[in-house]
Design a protein around this ligand. Structure first.
Ligand SMILES: [Zn+2]
Length: 295
């Protein structure tokens, strides 16, 4: 079964991860722009980061037969960095129309500050202008209130709910999201928060409509194989192959394909592992593409 991980930060991962993901059936991924750990103090750092998400990282994924897309945004945490936040908003229009950019994200709340709310609303507006869906991060602290405020803001801004993917849901927030027209993402983690077994219970209870799962793997303790591992668990508890395929393949394509930036055909277009001998020529990864300056 082909699988799609619609939220993974590959910039923080290795080629071993790409290989394992490809072997496990992952044919396509979405890499949302996010907080890179070290606070950024210059807008130019964002500019280079966005360029690497649409250039170098997409190329790196292709070496392993994985189609790479991204979402671009000012992330919720750095909405609180004065002097940089507005400059990133001003920079985004020059990137949002580029090939491979399939949504504005991740936006939303972290500490639920007024600055976060301001830039969240500003980016809903950008998504409208560029005819893109949005990927919304929900906070790890005070998640229920953050989710409620998120839904309220989407409604206030009259952003089309079917173009909203609210991510990192749990047992408490999922019913709130499903009561709207928004889609519901679930990040499956190794030790904390949502895991495969809890996800299987949610699928048994709520079904598969508007439901997505992802690994949210990044530079922290995380597992880039959580989508295939969740598929195995869903199968073990008796969910049908058709329903599993809806969650791990069809739904991400249906959601991100709404405005024509992504199709099923394109998402599976690289889904074969290339011959390593042809590609690597003795290097660990092919280098020297025009997307990388100065190498
Ligand atoms: Zn993320």
């Amino acid at each position: 079964m082909k699988m799609f991980d619609p939220h993974i930060h590959m910039t923080s991962r290795t080629t071993d991860d790409y290989r394992a993901m490809s072997e496990a059936g992952i044919a396509a991924i979405i890499e949302p722009a996010f907080w890179v750990g070290q606070p950024r103090t210059h807008v130019a750092t964002f500019e280079d980061y966005f360029a690497s998400l649409i250039g170098w990282e997409r190329f790196r994924a292709s070496q392993f037969g994985i189609k790479h897309y991204c979402t671009l945004a000012l992330n919720p945490k750095e909405a609180n960095t004065p002097g940089v936040a507005q400059a990133v908003i001003d920079l985004l229009p020059s990137f949002l129309g580029k090939e491979g950019v399939v949504a504005v994200g991740e936006i939303g709340f972290d500490d639920q500050t007024p600055a976060e709310e301001h830039f969240f609303a500003a980016q809903l507006e950008l998504a409208k202008q560029f005819d893109l869906p949005v990927l919304i991060h929900t906070p790890h602290r005070d998640k229920k209130r953050g989710t409620e405020r998120t839904i309220a803001l989407v409604k206030e801004q009259r952003f089309p709910e079917e173009r909203v993917l609210i991510d990192h849901n749990n047992e408490e927030t999922l019913p709130l999201v499903l009561a709207t027209g928004c889609w519901a993402g679930h990040s499956i983690y190794p030790d904390t928060k949502m895991d495969e077994a809890r996800m299987a219970i949610l699928v048994q209870k709520y079904g598969v409509a508007r439901m997505l799962v992802n690994s949210a793997a990044d530079w922290g303790v995380s597992d880039p194989l959580k989508v295939p591992k969740t598929a195995i668990e869903l199968n073990r508890v008796g969910i049908s192959d058709n329903d599993i395929e809806t969650i791990v393949w069809k739904n991400p394509i249906a959601f991100f394909g709404q405005t024509g930036r992504l199709t099923a055909e394109d998402a599976s277009s690289l889904a074969k592992i290339p011959d390593p001998k042809e590609l690597w020529e003795g290097n660990s990864v092919l280098r020297g593409q025009t997307t990388v300056a100065g190498r």
